[in-house]
Design a protein around this ligand. Structure first.
Ligand SMILES: [Cu+2]
Length: 350
């Protein structure tokens, strides 16, 4: 938290770099690194279509900031498997892929509306105490997001806008696959495609552009869950803060570095249909079925390239990539750690 605050403060001091000039919408870095959502507003009547692909790679478990081996998760931290320590099954790795289709429309110069439709594919590898490996998969539409941005400051190469969003529970929270427990087992929390609740997403975004080659920005965003879902639980609220600095290489290319901090809480309530402990011996089934082993915080460092086509048939099309890795990660575990996040995206204003 302190780190994120310091980062914001140092970025705000960059604002002294901004000079009186009109905002340049046609620079490659007039859009944030592609991993940032709701980063820019549009001019009256503009419609922007976008497609993003995200791949998040998780491998290995952690408790706090320490790594745990599969044996430690299964047999308990001391490796003895004495008493009820440990779990019958541990996740080893997980891949999360997301295809995100988006549209933005500017009602006027201040208000831009947006909608996003995600398609999610999840895959998790496990091993049991008896050494049996198995993989579960789930796939489908995630939670649809609608919202917008309201620009309330635009002067001297600096902009501020408020973000507001609503996440609609269209993602399946009853995902099933074959496991050692059965052919059509209910999958645990991280293998579900949505929150099951309406979530509000308030935020604030600051952007700056120098008249030279630099631009920067910062954004704070929260995801706040409303009520309880049909499976008697509520995912933890989530808080994110990010800041980036970009350099224009030429009129088509920009490169950037970004820090992203996030923190999320445990699940409130629990799905009564998920088996948490084996009734025969009292041993935990799998950490991913535990509502109290979901919280964490993480800071990622990302590098990104934005590319804006300046001429020819594809003039005005934008392509962007971002690759980030955690530099700090603290999980209420055992919980799978994130190893890398990759984004690639296409955007076109019509
Ligand atoms: Cu846009």
């Amino acid at each position: 938290m302190l780190r994120a605050k310091l980062l914001l403060i140092s970025l705000l001091s960059l604002s002294s770099l901004a000079q009186a000039h009109d905002w340049d919408l046609a620079a490659p870095d007039s859009h944030a690194p592609i991993g940032v959502m709701g980063d820019h507003t549009h001019k009256t009547g503009e419609l922007m279509l976008s497609y993003r692909y995200m791949n998040m790679d998780m491998e290995g478990n952690r408790d706090g900031s320490n790594r745990l081996s599969a044996e430690q998760v299964l047999n308990g931290p001391d490796g003895s498997s004495a008493g009820t320590d440990g779990f019958l099954v541990t996740p080893l790795s997980m891949t999360m892929e997301m295809h995100m289709f988006g549209a933005m429309y500017a009602v006027n110069d201040k208000l831009t509306l947006m909608g996003m439709l995600p398609y999610i594919k999840l895959s998790m590898d496990h091993v049991t105490r008896t050494g049996v490996s198995f993989t579960t998969e789930s796939e489908g539409i995630g939670d649809i997001r609608v919202g917008g941005m309201y620009k309330f400051f635009d002067r001297d190469g600096q902009r501020w806008h408020a973000n507001f969003g609503l996440s609609v529970p269209t993602g399946d929270i009853d995902t099933r696959d074959a496991t050692p427990m059965g052919a059509n087992s209910l999958l645990p929390y991280p293998m579900r495609l949505g929150s099951g609740t309406y979530d509000i997403m308030p935020g604030i975004t600051y952007l700056g552009q120098s008249s030279g080659v630099w631009s920067w920005g910062a954004q704070g965003m929260a995801t706040l869950r409303l009520g309880e879902n049909s499976r008697d639980y509520t995912l933890g609220d989530q808080y994110q803060a990010t800041a980036w600095l970009a350099q224009r290489i030429n009129s088509s290319f920009s490169v950037s570095a970004r820090l992203a901090w996030s923190k999320w809480a445990n699940i409130d309530g629990a799905d009564p249909d998920l088996l948490v402990t084996n009734p025969m011996n009292g041993i935990g089934v799998v950490p991913t079925a535990r509502a109290d082993l979901r919280a964490g915080r993480r800071t990622d460092l990302g590098i990104a390239i934005n590319y804006l086509v300046r001429s020819g048939y594809f003039k005005g099309h934008r392509l962007a990539v971002e690759y980030s890795r955690p530099i700090q990660q603290n999980l209420e575990g055992p919980q799978l750690e994130v190893d890398s996040v990759f984004h690639i995206g296409w955007q076109k204003t019509i």
